[in-house]
Design a protein around this ligand. Sequence first.
Ligand SMILES: *[C@@H]1O[C@H](CO)[C@@H](O)[C@H](O)[C@H]1NC(C)=O
Ligand SMILES: *[C@@H]1O[C@H](CO)[C@@H](O)[C@H](O)[C@H]1NC(C)=O
Length: 493
Amino acid sequence: MGRRKGGGVGDLLMVLGLMGLVGLVALAGAHGSYPAVGGAANLGLSGGPYRQRERVIRRLETLKASLAAGTAPSPASPITSRSRVYHVIDYGADPTGSTDSGEAIGKAISDAFQAPSDRVLMPGIADLGGAEIHLDGGSYLISSPITLPAAGGGNLKIHSGSLRASDEFPTDRYLIELDSTNSASSGFSYEYVTLDGLMLDSNFRGGGIAVVNSLRTTIDNCYIVHFTSDGIMVRSGHETYIRNSFLGQHITAGNDPDEKDFSGTGINLAGNDNAVTDVVIFSAAIGILVSGQANTLTGVHCYNKATGLGGTGIYLKLPGLTQTRIINCYLDYTGIVSEDPVQLLVSSSFFLGDANVVLKSVNGVINGVIVVDNMFSGSNKGIDIVQLDESKGKFTNIDQVTVQHNVARGMTLRSTVAKASVDGNRSTWTVDFSPMLLFPDRIQHVQYTLLADAACPNHALRNTSGNRVVIESDMTVAASVYVAVDQCVHSIG
Ligand SMILES: *[C@@H]1O[C@H](CO)[C@@H](O)[C@H](O)[C@H]1NC(C)=O
Ligand SMILES: *[C@@H]1O[C@H](CO)[C@@H](O)[C@H](O)[C@H]1NC(C)=O
């Protein structure tokens, strides 16, 4: 039964109705059906106080009609809105942010969770029909997290306003928490919940949004600041889609004098199958931390904290199997680090300010890594575009690694394939590929051509040790030798 009335203003109207409402009704009637709405339309205004007045007047009309019909209004009577949009100010939330609105917002949520039908999404998750928690463009102070009822539900949206943590807000929580941890049924409590058009200010107390073990959650057009832990944290569950949003611990536009002190993580993905799309992270020690599998990051711009100051743009902390795809991102003075990467794609991205990709050995495994078609731009300090961090041990288990087709300006290209040539009138030709190959001392495949003008010597490949290819001929001859090498060949044999 969804036509629960909203309390707050609804109750007030009831009281007014019972105590001399007639005058008010007459006032509304004298101006026609919806005088304020007409005014708003004429002025080209659509939101703000006009909507609120419209709703109040609509309720007065309903009440007037019921009084005229001689039917006494009851809480379940037509006085209640048929709408499933729950306006938090109707519940007494303070849109100016001077008093705590946590309880009022909680009441709006709990009404929205009265399911309108028996329909369900996943088994045990009530279909709330598209109910909305409308923040009415207000800025609300809260002292404890906004949580959803443990009974669960889905097909719901919370939108259009700001939340700010009060000075009493617990530092280990998030402003909004979708947490199915205590779910009784399928293990999931929330499905298809959308958080849209929210500014979340954690007031340097905890984080912005936590999505735990939930299904198909959308976080869209949110601006999340002043977190000390994570802007957004996703754990377990499936398919949290974070898109078109801005996250930063501090509100800055770059070159912040305090950048070295930035801490926290913009987005912490500790679950599988999520997508981060068109998101900017403008301050945090780590932009995006990924410790779940099969996540996709596209259109992400990280300028959260420069690598030189100890920051990381995207940290893939899932040694052994990451299955992460990073495509069309912008790593701005801060790079990508991946531990024991297995199945990783980095492509079509732009790295500025010596930002680079670090492949870090933990147990020495690197397998199925593709870093292609990226642009790197640096400051001529000789920084490699892709680096191996073997401080914890060498990569020993190497297979299917392709780093190629990247371009660099003011940085050193590194690749798993390379081509070069050498000329001379001699019997030994050496091509040193060590300045351009990624792995030290690893050449799995060589192709070469010896082009001699005058003679036809016998010649052979002699040595590839240390990434140096040595070709020898049985006579001194003026020749050019063209060599192509590959460090990782998936052999069919
Ligand atoms: C190459 O070197 C050999 C022996 O040192 C010499 O006889 C020959 O003329 C040289 N060829 C050219 C093209 O310089
Ligand atoms: C290949 O070159 C390395 C380094 O110069 C050398 O130590 C090694 O003995 C060479 N191997 C062969 C087969 O000549």
